[in-house]
Design a protein. Structure first.
Length: 181
């Protein structure tokens, strides 16, 4: 057994108390009997547990929907939320500023930007990578979407407007490169 020493000071006298403190092995085995400790014949340490095997590589990623579906139902709606935050509508009733004004408005922009930045990972599923230029376009989109997310989190309309313009340019450049209307 191991003993923990406690010192109590009363005036100038010091008293040492010995309190037994059981030791439990890593495998949960009980401590060795006191006679073994006293005789110096402690049992050998238990063998280390085998570490769980780790996969050498992550599971393969695959696309579940085609590219037009991913663009139409994930990226475009998310990007539209970001773009709309930098827009105006002019109708018969006059001009309407679409920028976020309430916490709920900002939360919609945060959600759109977060969806957009995370969906760039889906664009890098191996079967979707067309060429090295594709990776460059996706990385640019990811960086801009992340800037939009950070601006929305901070309720920074000026930064959001700036990144919204750059986001539009990046998307248009990629679509021109791959001849997508």
């Amino acid at each position: 057994m191991r003993y923990r020493i406690w010192k109590c000071w009363l005036g100038t006298a010091a008293f040492t108390l010995l309190a037994p403190l059981p030791v439990v092995a890593a495998d949960g085995a009980p401590p060795a009997p006191a006679s073994a400790a006293a005789s110096g014949t402690m049992p050998p340490a238990p063998a280390p547990r085998a570490q769980p095997r780790r996969r050498s590589s992550p599971p393969p990623l695959r696309a579940f929907v085609d590219m037009p579906t991913l663009m139409e139902h994930v990226l475009t709606p998310a990007a539209t939320v970001v773009w709309r935050s930098n827009g105006f509508v002019n109708d018969a009733a006059g001009d309407h500023d679409l920028s976020p004004k309430t916490d709920a408005d900002w939360e919609q922009v945060v959600t759109g930007a977060a969806t957009l930045v995370e969906s760039t990972n889906a664009l890098l599923v191996p079967e979707r990578i067309l060429d090295p230029e594709w990776v460059r376009y996706v990385q640019e989109l990811a960086a801009l979407a992340n800037r939009a997310y950070l601006a929305a989190e901070q309720h920074d309309l000026s930064a959001l407007a700036d990144v919204s313009d750059h986001l539009d340019e990046a998307c248009a450049a990629c679509h021109r490169h791959y001849h997508i209307e």
